[in-house]
Write a protein that binds this ligand. Structure first.
Ligand code: ADP
Ligand code: MG
Length: 233
């Protein structure tokens, strides 16, 4: 599903540049649940943003579902991103003046789906995250965990090939974090490919594989016995 080879990324800092990713090689098969773990500043978000086509590497190869990303022009890249990738962020990134259902329906609007179908689909995905009764509530009426579940429903409603989550539990207490990981595990059980960026060891062990990032290099890539989050909620 994902294949990257010798990926490098530097940020320009005035006359200097900061070398953040220093030759990343890895691949992800369909259906995997992978944690990208590392301390703050190790380059996790930089890597995830490149995988999510929100940013570009300076060099290296990135192939997503058989397509070399470099070959896409900007319009095609945007289409590809909307169709194949779903995003979840630490800060939820919900639209405050839209209710839960409207937030979930938004990517479907950009896919030019009709109003009725959008609403039906949004309700279906809200149901899957256990929030049917909260459909008409605004984000500020929801708890942090509920907001993240809306964000996950929104990402999944577009039926992406890969779900990319950057510190999805970073703003949540541990019990709520495990509820969100339980949901992520259930979505993965259905065969979806998911990458979770985290700096937390216990969250990483709820994935099936941990890629350890340190100073822009993968220092360890291991399959782990998955801890089920449901044991903790
Ligand atoms: P992590 O997500 O692991 O905490 P990041 O990928 O966000 O790490 O950042 C890695 C390094 O790159 C940090 O030193 C950070 O300050 C720097 N960095 C991140 N984004 C930018 C940017 N847009 N411009 C300049 N430096 C950046
Ligand atoms: Mg980060």
């Amino acid at each position: 599903m994902i294949e990257i080879k010798d990926l490098h990324k530097s940020y320009k800092m005035g006359s200097n540049s900061l070398h953040v990713l220093k030759g990343i090689n890895f691949s992800v098969e369909e259906g995997e649940l992978v944690a990208i773990m590392g301390s703050s500043g190790s380059g996790k978000s930089t890597l995830l943003n490149i995988l999510g086509m929100l940013d570009e590497a300076n060099s290296g190869e990135y192939t997503l579902d058989g397509v070399p990303i470099k070959d896409l022009n900007e319009t095609k890249a945007a289409k590809y991103r909307n169709k194949f990738l779903g995003f979840v962020f630490q800060s939820f990134n919900l639209i405050n003046y839209k209710n839960a259902m409207e937030n979930v329906a938004l990517p479907l609007y950009y896919q030019k789906m009709g109003r009725k179908e959008r609403q039906e689909k949004a309700l279906k995905y809200l149901g899957q995250v256990g929030l049917t009764e909260w459909a008409t509530h605004l984000p500020n009426e929801l708890s942090g965990g509920q907001k993240q579940r809306v964000a996950i429903a929104r990402a999944m409603a577009a039926e992406p090939k890969v779900l990319l989550a950057d510190e999805p539990t970073g703003a949540l207490d541990s019990k709520t974090s495990y509820e969100v990981m339980d949901l992520i595990q259930k979505i993965n059980d259905q065969g979806n490919t998911i990458l979770v960026v985290t700096h937390e060891e216990d969250i990483a062990h709820m994935c099936k594989r941990i890629v350890h990032l340190k100073d822009g290099i993968i220092v360890k890539d291991e399959k782990v016995k998955q801890v089920r989050a449901s044991e903790y909620v």
